[in-house]
Design a protein around this ligand. Structure first.
Ligand code: SF4
Length: 477
Protein backbone atom coordinates (compact mmCIF):
# COMPACT_ATOMS: atom_id res chain seq x y z
CA UNK A 1 0.00 0.00 0.00
CA UNK A 2 1.10 3.59 -0.63
CA UNK A 3 0.53 5.78 2.41
CA UNK A 4 1.08 9.55 2.67
CA UNK A 5 1.63 10.79 6.22
CA UNK A 6 0.95 14.46 6.83
CA UNK A 7 2.33 16.58 9.64
CA UNK A 8 0.20 19.64 10.41
CA UNK A 9 1.88 20.87 13.56
CA UNK A 10 2.53 24.38 12.42
CA UNK A 11 3.76 26.69 9.75
CA UNK A 12 7.19 27.82 8.78
CA UNK A 13 6.36 31.46 9.15
CA UNK A 14 8.84 33.84 10.63
CA UNK A 15 10.42 32.34 13.73
CA UNK A 16 7.43 30.16 14.55
CA UNK A 17 8.66 27.35 12.32
CA UNK A 18 8.32 24.15 14.35
CA UNK A 19 11.67 22.65 15.27
CA UNK A 20 10.52 19.64 17.24
CA UNK A 21 10.81 16.58 15.04
CA UNK A 22 7.36 15.09 14.34
CA UNK A 23 7.74 11.87 16.30
CA UNK A 24 4.15 10.62 15.75
CA UNK A 25 4.29 10.67 11.96
CA UNK A 26 7.89 9.47 11.62
CA UNK A 27 7.20 6.55 13.94
CA UNK A 28 4.17 5.45 11.86
CA UNK A 29 6.33 5.80 8.73
CA UNK A 30 9.05 3.49 10.02
CA UNK A 31 6.51 0.91 11.23
CA UNK A 32 4.82 0.80 7.81
CA UNK A 33 8.15 0.65 6.01
CA UNK A 34 9.12 -2.34 8.11
CA UNK A 35 6.09 -4.10 6.56
CA UNK A 36 7.33 -3.07 3.07
CA UNK A 37 4.71 -0.42 2.35
CA UNK A 38 5.55 2.70 0.33
CA UNK A 39 5.51 5.75 2.56
CA UNK A 40 6.06 9.48 2.19
CA UNK A 41 5.90 12.32 4.70
CA UNK A 42 4.40 15.67 3.75
CA UNK A 43 5.54 18.07 6.42
CA UNK A 44 3.56 21.30 6.51
CA UNK A 45 5.88 23.06 8.91
CA UNK A 46 9.29 22.11 7.59
CA UNK A 47 8.71 22.47 3.85
CA UNK A 48 9.72 25.87 2.44
CA UNK A 49 7.43 25.34 -0.55
CA UNK A 50 4.42 25.00 1.77
CA UNK A 51 5.25 28.17 3.67
CA UNK A 52 2.43 30.25 2.22
CA UNK A 53 0.29 32.87 3.88
CA UNK A 54 -2.60 31.68 1.74
CA UNK A 55 -3.88 28.61 3.57
CA UNK A 56 -6.08 27.43 0.69
CA UNK A 57 -3.12 27.58 -1.74
CA UNK A 58 -0.98 25.63 0.74
CA UNK A 59 -3.67 22.96 1.10
CA UNK A 60 -3.99 22.65 -2.69
CA UNK A 61 -0.20 22.29 -3.05
CA UNK A 62 -0.12 19.62 -0.32
CA UNK A 63 -2.92 17.75 -2.09
CA UNK A 64 -0.93 17.91 -5.36
CA UNK A 65 2.13 16.42 -3.64
CA UNK A 66 0.01 13.60 -2.19
CA UNK A 67 -1.65 13.00 -5.58
CA UNK A 68 1.76 12.89 -7.32
CA UNK A 69 2.80 10.17 -4.85
CA UNK A 70 -0.34 8.25 -5.92
CA UNK A 71 -1.29 7.55 -2.33
CA UNK A 72 -3.94 4.94 -1.53
CA UNK A 73 -4.39 6.34 1.96
CA UNK A 74 -3.52 9.51 3.88
CA UNK A 75 -3.05 9.88 7.64
CA UNK A 76 -2.75 13.38 9.13
CA UNK A 77 -1.47 14.11 12.62
CA UNK A 78 -3.94 16.73 13.83
CA UNK A 79 -3.32 18.62 17.04
CA UNK A 80 -6.06 20.73 18.57
CA UNK A 81 -5.09 24.04 17.04
CA UNK A 82 -4.46 22.67 13.57
CA UNK A 83 -7.99 21.23 13.27
CA UNK A 84 -9.31 24.11 11.09
CA UNK A 85 -6.22 23.80 8.87
CA UNK A 86 -6.94 20.10 8.52
CA UNK A 87 -10.55 20.76 7.46
CA UNK A 88 -9.28 22.85 4.52
CA UNK A 89 -6.67 20.26 3.62
CA UNK A 90 -9.26 17.45 3.74
CA UNK A 91 -11.39 19.30 1.17
CA UNK A 92 -8.39 19.82 -1.12
CA UNK A 93 -7.34 16.15 -0.84
CA UNK A 94 -10.80 14.77 -1.60
CA UNK A 95 -11.27 17.25 -4.47
CA UNK A 96 -8.18 15.94 -6.22
CA UNK A 97 -8.37 12.28 -5.05
CA UNK A 98 -11.96 11.28 -4.26
CA UNK A 99 -10.99 7.61 -3.88
CA UNK A 100 -8.23 8.03 -1.32
CA UNK A 101 -8.86 6.81 2.26
CA UNK A 102 -8.49 9.89 4.46
CA UNK A 103 -7.69 9.34 8.13
CA UNK A 104 -6.86 11.74 10.96
CA UNK A 105 -4.99 10.78 14.11
CA UNK A 106 -3.25 12.53 16.99
CA UNK A 107 -4.65 14.67 19.77
CA UNK A 108 -7.82 16.15 18.29
CA UNK A 109 -9.27 12.98 16.69
CA UNK A 110 -8.31 10.99 19.81
CA UNK A 111 -10.31 13.12 22.22
CA UNK A 112 -13.13 13.95 19.80
CA UNK A 113 -13.45 11.16 17.19
CA UNK A 114 -17.18 11.48 16.67
CA UNK A 115 -17.06 15.28 16.46
CA UNK A 116 -14.15 15.01 14.02
CA UNK A 117 -16.24 12.84 11.67
CA UNK A 118 -19.27 15.07 12.08
CA UNK A 119 -17.41 18.29 11.40
CA UNK A 120 -15.36 17.06 8.50
CA UNK A 121 -17.50 15.23 5.89
CA UNK A 122 -14.39 14.35 3.84
CA UNK A 123 -12.87 12.35 6.72
CA UNK A 124 -13.20 8.55 6.39
CA UNK A 125 -11.93 7.60 9.84
CA UNK A 126 -10.64 9.11 13.08
CA UNK A 127 -7.76 7.19 14.65
CA UNK A 128 -7.89 7.05 18.44
CA UNK A 129 -4.73 6.79 20.55
CA UNK A 130 -1.42 5.36 19.42
CA UNK A 131 -1.21 4.90 15.67
CA UNK A 132 1.33 2.18 14.87
CA UNK A 133 -0.58 -1.10 15.54
CA UNK A 134 -3.80 0.18 13.91
CA UNK A 135 -2.03 1.57 10.83
CA UNK A 136 -0.12 -1.70 10.35
CA UNK A 137 -3.39 -3.65 10.42
CA UNK A 138 -5.05 -1.23 8.00
CA UNK A 139 -2.14 -1.27 5.54
CA UNK A 140 -2.10 -5.08 5.58
CA UNK A 141 -5.69 -5.11 4.30
CA UNK A 142 -7.91 -5.25 7.40
CA UNK A 143 -11.04 -3.11 6.80
CA UNK A 144 -11.21 0.07 8.87
CA UNK A 145 -14.47 -1.09 10.41
CA UNK A 146 -12.72 -4.16 11.88
CA UNK A 147 -9.95 -2.18 13.60
CA UNK A 148 -11.04 -1.05 17.05
CA UNK A 149 -8.83 2.06 17.14
CA UNK A 150 -10.73 3.64 14.24
CA UNK A 151 -14.04 5.47 14.40
CA UNK A 152 -14.94 4.77 10.78
CA UNK A 153 -17.63 6.57 8.81
CA UNK A 154 -18.29 3.39 6.82
CA UNK A 155 -19.46 1.68 10.01
CA UNK A 156 -22.36 4.15 10.17
CA UNK A 157 -23.32 5.85 13.39
CA UNK A 158 -19.68 6.15 14.39
CA UNK A 159 -19.54 3.15 16.75
CA UNK A 160 -17.50 2.95 19.92
CA UNK A 161 -13.77 2.60 19.58
CA UNK A 162 -10.97 1.18 21.68
CA UNK A 163 -7.32 2.25 21.74
CA UNK A 164 -4.65 -0.13 20.51
CA UNK A 165 -1.61 0.95 22.54
CA UNK A 166 1.84 -0.44 21.79
CA UNK A 167 2.46 -3.03 24.50
CA UNK A 168 6.21 -3.47 24.07
CA UNK A 169 7.70 -0.12 23.12
CA UNK A 170 10.99 -1.71 22.06
CA UNK A 171 9.20 -3.46 19.16
CA UNK A 172 8.90 -0.06 17.45
CA UNK A 173 11.62 0.65 14.89
CA UNK A 174 13.47 3.98 15.20
CA UNK A 175 11.51 6.85 13.59
CA UNK A 176 12.01 7.37 9.84
CA UNK A 177 14.32 10.38 10.20
CA UNK A 178 15.45 10.03 6.59
CA UNK A 179 11.93 11.02 5.43
CA UNK A 180 12.12 14.30 7.36
CA UNK A 181 14.01 17.47 6.47
CA UNK A 182 16.72 16.78 9.04
CA UNK A 183 18.75 19.84 7.98
CA UNK A 184 15.80 21.86 9.22
CA UNK A 185 15.12 19.87 12.37
CA UNK A 186 18.72 19.55 13.52
CA UNK A 187 20.00 23.00 12.63
CA UNK A 188 21.76 24.88 15.40
CA UNK A 189 19.10 26.85 17.23
CA UNK A 190 18.40 28.07 20.77
CA UNK A 191 14.70 27.31 20.38
CA UNK A 192 14.46 23.59 21.07
CA UNK A 193 16.33 23.61 24.37
CA UNK A 194 15.47 27.25 25.11
CA UNK A 195 18.40 29.63 24.89
CA UNK A 196 21.03 26.91 24.30
CA UNK A 197 22.22 27.09 20.72
CA UNK A 198 22.52 23.42 19.76
CA UNK A 199 21.75 20.87 17.06
CA UNK A 200 18.95 19.12 18.87
CA UNK A 201 16.77 16.09 18.08
CA UNK A 202 13.51 15.03 19.72
CA UNK A 203 13.47 11.54 21.20
CA UNK A 204 10.57 9.73 22.84
CA UNK A 205 11.57 7.48 25.75
CA UNK A 206 8.11 6.83 27.19
CA UNK A 207 4.43 7.38 26.49
CA UNK A 208 1.57 8.38 28.71
CA UNK A 209 0.81 10.33 31.82
CA UNK A 210 -1.37 8.99 34.60
CA UNK A 211 -1.98 12.34 36.32
CA UNK A 212 -5.45 13.71 35.75
CA UNK A 213 -5.06 17.51 35.46
CA UNK A 214 -8.46 18.96 34.53
CA UNK A 215 -7.18 21.19 31.72
CA UNK A 216 -5.17 18.46 29.95
CA UNK A 217 -6.03 15.35 27.94
CA UNK A 218 -2.49 14.19 27.11
CA UNK A 219 -2.99 10.93 28.98
CA UNK A 220 -5.80 9.93 26.58
CA UNK A 221 -3.36 9.62 23.67
CA UNK A 222 -1.61 6.77 25.43
CA UNK A 223 -4.73 5.06 26.84
CA UNK A 224 -3.96 6.53 30.28
CA UNK A 225 -1.04 4.15 30.77
CA UNK A 226 2.66 4.80 31.13
CA UNK A 227 4.99 2.61 29.05
CA UNK A 228 8.63 3.11 28.14
CA UNK A 229 11.56 2.02 25.99
CA UNK A 230 14.41 0.12 27.59
CA UNK A 231 17.54 2.09 28.47
CA UNK A 232 19.57 0.33 25.78
CA UNK A 233 16.94 1.18 23.11
CA UNK A 234 17.07 4.89 24.01
CA UNK A 235 20.87 4.94 24.17
CA UNK A 236 21.09 3.14 20.79
CA UNK A 237 18.69 5.68 19.25
CA UNK A 238 20.72 8.62 20.52
CA UNK A 239 23.99 7.06 19.32
CA UNK A 240 22.42 6.61 15.89
CA UNK A 241 21.33 10.28 15.83
CA UNK A 242 24.84 11.39 16.83
CA UNK A 243 26.35 9.21 14.08
CA UNK A 244 23.91 10.24 11.31
CA UNK A 245 23.17 13.88 12.18
CA UNK A 246 25.91 14.99 14.59
CA UNK A 247 23.35 16.14 17.15
CA UNK A 248 24.56 17.94 20.28
CA UNK A 249 21.33 17.97 22.27
CA UNK A 250 18.25 15.83 22.88
CA UNK A 251 14.75 16.99 23.75
CA UNK A 252 12.92 14.11 25.43
CA UNK A 253 9.38 14.58 24.20
CA UNK A 254 7.72 12.43 26.88
CA UNK A 255 4.69 13.91 28.63
CA UNK A 256 6.05 12.91 32.02
CA UNK A 257 9.68 11.79 31.79
CA UNK A 258 10.07 11.06 35.50
CA UNK A 259 6.76 9.27 36.01
CA UNK A 260 8.79 6.14 36.78
CA UNK A 261 11.83 7.11 38.82
CA UNK A 262 13.47 3.66 38.69
CA UNK A 263 13.49 3.49 34.92
CA UNK A 264 15.07 6.99 34.73
CA UNK A 265 17.77 5.88 37.19
CA UNK A 266 18.54 2.92 34.91
CA UNK A 267 18.50 5.21 31.86
CA UNK A 268 20.99 7.57 33.52
CA UNK A 269 23.27 4.65 34.42
CA UNK A 270 23.22 3.52 30.78
CA UNK A 271 24.05 7.04 29.52
CA UNK A 272 26.92 7.32 32.00
CA UNK A 273 28.24 3.82 31.13
CA UNK A 274 28.28 4.65 27.39
CA UNK A 275 29.70 8.16 27.94
CA UNK A 276 26.60 9.70 26.31
CA UNK A 277 26.40 12.42 28.95
CA UNK A 278 29.66 13.82 27.61
CA UNK A 279 28.55 13.79 23.97
CA UNK A 280 25.04 15.26 24.20
CA UNK A 281 23.10 17.35 26.67
CA UNK A 282 19.38 16.83 27.21
CA UNK A 283 16.21 18.24 28.64
CA UNK A 284 12.86 16.73 29.67
CA UNK A 285 9.44 17.66 31.04
CA UNK A 286 8.88 16.41 34.57
CA UNK A 287 6.36 16.88 37.36
CA UNK A 288 7.60 18.87 40.34
CA UNK A 289 6.60 16.12 42.76
CA UNK A 290 8.88 13.60 41.04
CA UNK A 291 12.27 15.25 41.62
CA UNK A 292 14.60 14.72 44.56
CA UNK A 293 18.32 15.50 45.06
CA UNK A 294 19.42 11.91 44.35
CA UNK A 295 17.72 11.52 40.97
CA UNK A 296 18.69 15.08 40.00
CA UNK A 297 22.36 14.28 40.69
CA UNK A 298 22.12 11.14 38.54
CA UNK A 299 20.42 13.08 35.73
CA UNK A 300 23.08 15.81 35.88
CA UNK A 301 25.84 13.19 35.55
CA UNK A 302 23.99 11.67 32.58
CA UNK A 303 23.94 14.99 30.67
CA UNK A 304 20.73 16.71 31.80
CA UNK A 305 21.07 20.49 31.47
CA UNK A 306 17.49 21.62 31.86
CA UNK A 307 14.18 20.45 33.31
CA UNK A 308 10.78 21.82 32.37
CA UNK A 309 8.06 21.97 35.01
CA UNK A 310 4.34 22.54 34.43
CA UNK A 311 3.82 24.82 37.42
CA UNK A 312 0.70 26.48 35.95
CA UNK A 313 -0.06 28.87 38.82
CA UNK A 314 1.36 30.32 42.02
CA UNK A 315 -2.03 30.13 43.70
CA UNK A 316 -2.88 26.99 45.68
CA UNK A 317 -6.57 27.65 45.11
CA UNK A 318 -6.05 27.53 41.33
CA UNK A 319 -3.81 24.42 41.51
CA UNK A 320 -6.52 22.63 43.49
CA UNK A 321 -9.23 23.73 41.06
CA UNK A 322 -7.14 22.31 38.18
CA UNK A 323 -6.56 19.03 40.10
CA UNK A 324 -2.87 19.57 39.46
CA UNK A 325 -1.93 17.37 42.39
CA UNK A 326 0.94 19.60 43.49
CA UNK A 327 1.44 22.43 45.94
CA UNK A 328 3.05 25.85 45.59
CA UNK A 329 5.67 24.81 48.16
CA UNK A 330 6.50 21.60 46.25
CA UNK A 331 6.83 23.59 43.02
CA UNK A 332 9.12 26.08 44.74
CA UNK A 333 11.23 23.29 46.24
CA UNK A 334 11.55 21.52 42.86
CA UNK A 335 12.97 24.66 41.20
CA UNK A 336 15.36 25.20 44.13
CA UNK A 337 16.58 21.56 44.14
CA UNK A 338 17.09 21.69 40.38
CA UNK A 339 19.20 24.85 40.69
CA UNK A 340 21.24 23.29 43.52
CA UNK A 341 21.88 20.24 41.33
CA UNK A 342 23.37 22.53 38.65
CA UNK A 343 20.47 22.01 36.21
CA UNK A 344 18.58 24.88 34.62
CA UNK A 345 14.85 25.06 35.23
CA UNK A 346 12.06 26.27 33.03
CA UNK A 347 8.54 26.73 34.36
CA UNK A 348 5.34 26.77 32.34
CA UNK A 349 2.64 28.98 33.78
CA UNK A 350 -0.85 29.73 32.50
CA UNK A 351 -2.88 32.88 32.56
CA UNK A 352 -6.58 33.31 31.91
CA UNK A 353 -7.51 30.19 33.89
CA UNK A 354 -11.27 29.99 34.54
CA UNK A 355 -12.26 31.99 37.64
CA UNK A 356 -8.70 33.24 38.19
CA UNK A 357 -8.73 36.37 40.34
CA UNK A 358 -6.30 39.27 40.42
CA UNK A 359 -4.86 37.84 43.64
CA UNK A 360 -4.30 34.44 41.97
CA UNK A 361 -2.61 36.11 39.03
CA UNK A 362 -0.36 38.13 41.31
CA UNK A 363 0.47 34.97 43.27
CA UNK A 364 1.85 33.52 40.02
CA UNK A 365 4.05 36.61 39.57
CA UNK A 366 5.20 36.25 43.16
CA UNK A 367 5.99 32.59 42.59
CA UNK A 368 8.22 33.49 39.64
CA UNK A 369 9.95 36.19 41.69
CA UNK A 370 10.67 33.89 44.62
CA UNK A 371 11.41 30.63 42.80
CA UNK A 372 13.77 32.27 40.25
CA UNK A 373 13.53 29.69 37.45
CA UNK A 374 15.97 30.32 34.59
CA UNK A 375 13.19 30.63 32.04
CA UNK A 376 9.45 31.20 32.38
CA UNK A 377 6.84 30.49 29.77
CA UNK A 378 3.46 32.10 30.34
CA UNK A 379 0.76 31.03 27.92
CA UNK A 380 -2.90 31.86 27.65
CA UNK A 381 -5.28 29.13 28.81
CA UNK A 382 -7.04 27.50 25.86
CA UNK A 383 -10.00 25.23 26.65
CA UNK A 384 -8.92 21.98 24.99
CA UNK A 385 -11.38 19.36 23.77
CA UNK A 386 -11.61 16.16 25.78
CA UNK A 387 -10.74 17.85 29.07
CA UNK A 388 -12.83 17.95 32.21
CA UNK A 389 -12.55 21.73 32.30
CA UNK A 390 -14.05 22.35 28.86
CA UNK A 391 -16.96 20.04 29.70
CA UNK A 392 -17.64 22.10 32.82
CA UNK A 393 -17.41 25.36 30.89
CA UNK A 394 -19.86 24.10 28.29
CA UNK A 395 -22.31 22.64 30.81
CA UNK A 396 -22.31 25.90 32.78
CA UNK A 397 -23.02 27.84 29.59
CA UNK A 398 -19.76 29.83 29.66
CA UNK A 399 -18.58 28.29 26.40
CA UNK A 400 -20.61 27.08 23.47
CA UNK A 401 -20.58 23.37 22.70
CA UNK A 402 -19.32 24.01 19.18
CA UNK A 403 -16.19 25.86 20.34
CA UNK A 404 -13.92 23.45 18.44
CA UNK A 405 -16.24 22.33 15.72
CA UNK A 406 -16.34 25.26 13.36
CA UNK A 407 -13.71 27.36 11.73
CA UNK A 408 -11.91 30.25 13.29
CA UNK A 409 -10.02 28.49 16.05
CA UNK A 410 -6.60 28.11 14.44
CA UNK A 411 -3.51 28.97 16.45
CA UNK A 412 -3.66 32.68 15.74
CA UNK A 413 -7.39 32.95 16.05
CA UNK A 414 -7.46 31.15 19.38
CA UNK A 415 -4.96 33.52 20.92
CA UNK A 416 -6.76 36.57 19.51
CA UNK A 417 -10.16 35.44 20.60
CA UNK A 418 -11.62 37.81 23.18
CA UNK A 419 -12.18 34.96 25.58
CA UNK A 420 -12.00 35.97 29.20
CA UNK A 421 -12.98 33.19 31.59
CA UNK A 422 -11.28 34.77 34.60
CA UNK A 423 -12.99 36.58 37.44
CA UNK A 424 -11.27 39.82 36.30
CA UNK A 425 -12.70 42.26 33.84
CA UNK A 426 -10.97 42.08 30.48
CA UNK A 427 -9.12 45.42 30.75
CA UNK A 428 -7.77 44.58 34.18
CA UNK A 429 -6.75 41.11 33.07
CA UNK A 430 -4.92 42.35 29.96
CA UNK A 431 -3.18 45.12 31.90
CA UNK A 432 -1.99 42.70 34.58
CA UNK A 433 -0.88 40.14 31.98
CA UNK A 434 1.25 42.79 30.27
CA UNK A 435 2.72 43.94 33.57
CA UNK A 436 3.69 40.43 34.62
CA UNK A 437 5.10 39.62 31.21
CA UNK A 438 7.40 42.64 31.10
CA UNK A 439 8.35 42.53 34.76
CA UNK A 440 8.86 38.80 35.29
CA UNK A 441 8.80 36.78 32.08
CA UNK A 442 10.61 38.72 29.37
CA UNK A 443 13.57 39.90 31.54
CA UNK A 444 14.38 36.32 32.57
CA UNK A 445 14.23 35.17 28.97
CA UNK A 446 16.34 38.09 27.70
CA UNK A 447 18.98 37.64 30.41
CA UNK A 448 19.26 33.91 29.84
CA UNK A 449 19.27 34.33 26.08
CA UNK A 450 22.07 36.91 26.14
CA UNK A 451 24.06 34.77 28.57
CA UNK A 452 24.12 31.90 26.10
CA UNK A 453 23.99 33.75 22.78
CA UNK A 454 26.28 36.68 21.95
CA UNK A 455 24.39 39.79 20.78
CA UNK A 456 25.79 39.51 17.25
CA UNK A 457 24.10 36.11 16.82
CA UNK A 458 20.60 37.51 17.41
CA UNK A 459 19.83 38.51 13.80
CA UNK A 460 20.67 34.96 12.76
CA UNK A 461 18.39 33.46 15.38
CA UNK A 462 15.33 35.59 14.83
CA UNK A 463 14.30 37.41 11.75
CA UNK A 464 14.37 40.88 13.21
CA UNK A 465 11.11 41.88 11.59
CA UNK A 466 9.37 38.99 13.28
CA UNK A 467 10.88 39.88 16.64
CA UNK A 468 9.62 43.46 16.41
CA UNK A 469 6.17 42.21 15.31
CA UNK A 470 6.12 39.92 18.33
CA UNK A 471 7.06 42.69 20.77
CA UNK A 472 4.58 45.07 19.13
CA UNK A 473 1.80 42.53 19.72
CA UNK A 474 2.85 42.06 23.34
CA UNK A 475 2.83 45.80 23.99
CA UNK A 476 -0.29 46.85 22.12
CA UNK A 477 -2.47 43.72 22.05
S1 SF4 B 1 -0.58 18.63 32.56
FE1 SF4 B 1 1.22 17.29 32.54
S2 SF4 B 1 1.05 16.13 34.47
FE2 SF4 B 1 -0.99 17.00 34.08
S3 SF4 B 1 -2.09 15.39 32.93
FE3 SF4 B 1 -1.15 16.77 31.43
S4 SF4 B 1 0.81 15.79 30.90
FE4 SF4 B 1 0.11 14.89 32.83
Amino acid sequence: MRVALVELTGRRRMFRAPLWMPVYISSVASSLREDRHQVTIVDHGACEELCQWDEAATSRRMAEIIAAFEADAVLCDVRYLSWPVFQGLARAIKDSMPGVVLMAGGRHPTVAPVDSLRNCPELDAALVGEPEPAMRMFASGTPLTNITAFAARAAGGFPGRRDMPVEDMDTLPFPAWDLLDMDHYTRKTPRVIPCLRLKTAAVETSRGCTAGCRFCAEGRLAAGRHRWHSASYVADEIEQLIKDYAIEGVYFSDESFLANRERVAVLCDEFIRRGLGKRVVWTAQVRTDSVDPEILAAMKRAGCVQLEFGVESGSQRVLDSLLKGSTVEANMAAVRMTREAGIRSMTYTMRGIPDETLEDFRATAEFIRQARPDIVRMTEYVPLPGTVLIRRLVSSGRLTGDYWSGTGTSTTHASKQPLNLTAMDTREYRREAKRIYFRHVFPRFARDFLRHNPPWSIPRVFRMKALFAFLWRKIFA
